[in-house]
Write a protein that binds this ligand. Structure first.
Ligand SMILES: [Zn+2]
Length: 216
């Protein structure tokens, strides 16, 4: 499950979860209590340790063309492939290109998170670019039994966070903070938020960008 990686997104994610029924909402409330306890204890749920961070993650905040170096640090080759497909999806939406850069000169890094990092039931996490400790990482739980589709959609979602998208309460948005059976897309709220931070390839035309149109 993707629940909420950032405390700022908790309310939006809760509204999104409510659309799915009462049981997911109760589970979500339990998650809220856990994360509140962590915050009260001074822990930051969005932190990952034990890896070398990217030095050029500020490139993710550029409004014009972005050429992003991507460091692939996962041991899972299937996840690496789906993450690269997600980058291709974003390169089709935004005025951006990407290339593999397995040095610390990267802007984005895909890492395998440790078990302590995913005790909240999530399988993927990323930072929002205005976080004071922003390092451009996306972490997946290597123990989570994910399908290719879940990896791909999860990677699109987490990269969306790196690009400045918060959770969207609409269940058909890939930026919804909870998994569901709706066909996922970037919908108009996401596209408008993106356009405020980045240059879209087809600004003013798109109302929705479907993920299913791009292969899975
Ligand atoms: Zn999220």
């Amino acid at each position: 499950m993707r629940i909420a990686e950032e405390s700022e997104s908790l309310l939006l994610a809760a509204r999104c979860t409510l659309e799915q029924g009462i049981l997911p909402f109760l589970l979500f409330l339990a998650f809220l209590l856990l994360e509140s306890a962590m915050l009260a204890a001074g822990q930051q749920p969005g932190r990952v340790d034990h890896f070398e961070p990217c030095r050029r993650s500020s490139a993710l905040s550029q409004h014009g063309h972005m050429d992003l170096g991507v460091r692939i640090s996962t041991a899972n080759p299937v996840l690496a492939t789906e993450f690269e497909r997600a980058l291709d999806f974003w390169a089709d939406v935004l005025d951006m290109t990407w290339h593999e850069d397995n040095t610390t000169g990267c802007a984005i890094q895909l890492i395998d998170g440790g078990p302590d990092f995913f005790r909240d039931g999530t399988f993927g996490k990323a930072q929002l670019p205005w976080a004071k400790d922003f390092e451009g990482w996306v972490a997946f739980d290597p123990r989570a039994p994910l399908t290719k589709k879940e990896m791909y959609h999860g990677a699109v979602h987490e990269i969306g966070h790196l690009l400045g998208l918060r959770h969207n309460p609409r269940a058909n948005s890939v930026m919804c903070g909870e998994d569901n059976d709706e066909p996922e897309s970037l919908e108009i709220t996401d596209l408008n938020a993106l356009a405020r931070r980045h240059k879209l390839r087809r600004a003013g035309i798109l109302q929705r960008v479907s993920l299913s149109a791009s292969g899975i």
